[in-house]
Design a protein around this ligand. Structure first.
Ligand SMILES: Cc1cc2nc3c(=O)[nH]c(=O)nc-3n(C[C@H](O)[C@H](O)[C@H](O)COP(=O)(O)OP(=O)(O)OC[C@H]3O[C@@H](n4cnc5c(N)ncnc54)[C@H](O)[C@@H]3O)c2cc1C
Length: 482
């Protein structure tokens, strides 16, 4: 181990106490990647703090030693955001899993960053509330990770992303200070800047989340179509009719095949696409809109519609969708999970182009997507034992992102940029855009030690940002003009 890390490990040992600082090479390997398993790096040191005060001390120690650090929640991220540094410290929040306060009249809860997403709902459900952001990984991912990635889920079409459910955060800034960021504070919306910053602006140590009332009624249907185009037509018709479903999700034939093999979700045989539509709200409103959704699906060519009669049937419908990423492992030795966004209206065209890309390259692509907001999750399948297959899959995956950009969309909907997509940032943003974002980052982290190498295509020191003026400010000595 480098002498600087050795000295730092001793200092962190004194701060954290026994068995909270890992330097054993075998144990370190547990943390070498997140959900993006194609990128790996063994961390220099792993620390397991119990308190916000300890995180502040860790960050201060890293700052003084000039050592980079990365936060990690549950490590389910799909863009390599929690990829550690061999020359740095990985700060794992998995011991910080306390729900500190539940305030039902105020419709809020205060949680530590390592609290598992679904545990918030489990804790408040008896009071008739839940935590709305519902990534498919919600049984294992942390709220701290959700905040960093601004995670979404099937129900974000109606309820919004994590950003819409975070009222405040306690944060350790890169100079080791503990500060509070609040949604309703005066001045700049720094909480807004922080949520979704992928752990590059500081470390969240406490989160105040909004609680949402459990709706009076939930109704779910599964509609089977011969083609993905027909399913896309139904999506456009439903949204165009002014209905805002809680969720509207689509899977193509390959994704259905994988889900069937993995979890036996009993989707209609022979379907080229299935659409899951869920409506929630007051009884009368849901009943009226549900009839309309059913009609619109039939008009678009649905050959079978199943309506969940109870919770068990609803769970069966969702089981296939929620397991889709992992299920693809049943039909392919390896796969890449892509995350891109397109305007909903061009869904059929883009899906046809993805089909053509797949046919030309011979690389199979299974499509699963949040159809209502145009967030695609193509699963690009390959055999990692075949020479060149991973590279071909990468190419197809990149070409899909190009399609998203070409159609006015985005290179990520909810999985973040991380290390995986930093190289695509210049395809979406100009140099000036990227310089501006870099200046924001430098405002929080001038030394560049907080999760470096993520989000931006070319790591730069803060002094190198072109927009930062050298020499006196043009308004220096002219304070009276403000
Ligand atoms: C099967 C599967 C399904 C998924 N489905 C969805 C989905 O439907 N929607 C969706 O949005 N995502 C989904 N994801 C991606 C992932 O689960 C989310 O991004 C999740 O929010 C990550 O949480 P985590 O605790 O695992 O974070 P990690 O992977 O540990 O970290 C993610 C990022 O957050 C940063 N971070 C973590 N904790 C903190 C903290 N306390 N302070 C500052 N930064 C921090 C890390 O540095 C990293 O950049 C899925 C992943 C898998 C494996």
């Amino acid at each position: 181990m480098e002498p600087v890390l050795e000295a730092l490990a001793l200092r962190l040992d004194a701060v954290l106490g026994p068995d909270r600082v890992i330097t054993d090479p075998v144990r370190l390997r547990t943390y070498e990647c997140d959900g993006l398993t194609t990128h790996r790096s063994t961390p220099g040191i792993v620390v397991l703090p119990d308190t916000a005060g300890q995180i502040a001390e860790i960050v201060r120690a890293c700052a003084e030693a000039g050592v980079p650090y990365v936060a990690r929640g549950s490590g389910t991220g799909l863009s390599g955001g929690a990829l550690p540094r061999a020359d740095g410290v990985l700060i794992v929040t998995s011991r910080m899993q306390r729900i500190l306060e539940i305030d039902i009249p105020g419709q809020r809860a205060v949680v530590e960053p390592g609290v598992i997403n679904l545990d918030v709902t489990r804790a408040v459900r008896p009071y008739g509330y839940y935590f709305a952001p519902d990534p498919s990984s919600q049984q294992i991912c942390s709220v701290g990770g959700n905040v960093a990635e601004n995670s979404g889920g099937a129900h974000c079409l109606k309820y919004g992303f994590t950003a819409h459910h975070v009222l405040g955060c306690e944060v350790v800034t890169p100079d080791g200070e503990l500060v509070e960021l609040a949604a309703d504070g005066p001045g700049y919306d720094l909480l807004g800047v922080f949520v979704g910053a992928e752990g590059t602006l500081g470390i969240t140590t406490k989160i105040t989340v909004r609680l949402t009332r459990v709706p009076e009624t939930v109704q779910t249907l599964l509609a089977a179509f011969e083609s993905i185009e027909a399913g896309g037509t139904a999506v456009s018709a439903i949204i165009g009719a002014g209905v805002v479903p809680a969720a509207i999700e689509m899977m193509d034939a390959l994704a259905i095949e994988a889900a069937e093999a993995a979890v036996h979700c009993e989707y209609p045989p022979g379907a080229g696409a299935v659409l899951i539509v869920e409506l929630d709200g007051p009884d009368a409103e849901v009943a009226a809109q549900f009839a309309e959704v059913e009609r619109l699906c039939r008009d678009a060519g649905a050959f079978e519609i199943r309506i969940a009669a109870d919770d068990a049937e609803r769970a069966l419908i969702w089981r296939g969708r929620k397991s889709a990423f992992a299920a693809v492992g049943r039909i392919s030795p390896a796969y890449l999970v892509q995350d891109g966004v397109i305007p909903r209206t061009v869904l059929p065209q883009v899906l046809a182009r993805i089909d053509a890309l797949s046919a030309e390259s011979g690389v199979r692509v299974a499509n699963v997507f949040h159809a209502g907001d145009g967030n695609l999750h193509p699963l690009v399948l390959f055999d990692d034992s075949e020479p060149g297959a991973a590279e071909r899959a990468e190419e197809v995956s990149g070409a899909i992102l190009d399609l998203c950009i070409e159609h006015g969309g985005s290179i990520t909907g909810e999985h973040g940029v991380g290390v995986d997509k930093s190289r695509y940032m210049p395809r979406m943003f100009t140099d000036t855009d990227l310089d501006t974002m870099q200046m924001v980052r430098c405002g929080f982290d001038p030394a560049g030690l907080c999760n470096p190498g993520k989000v931006f295509p070319t790591p730069r020191l803060c002094g190198e940002v072109p927009g930062v003026r050298k020499g006196p400010h043009p308004y220096e000595g002219k304070a009276d003009i403000f």
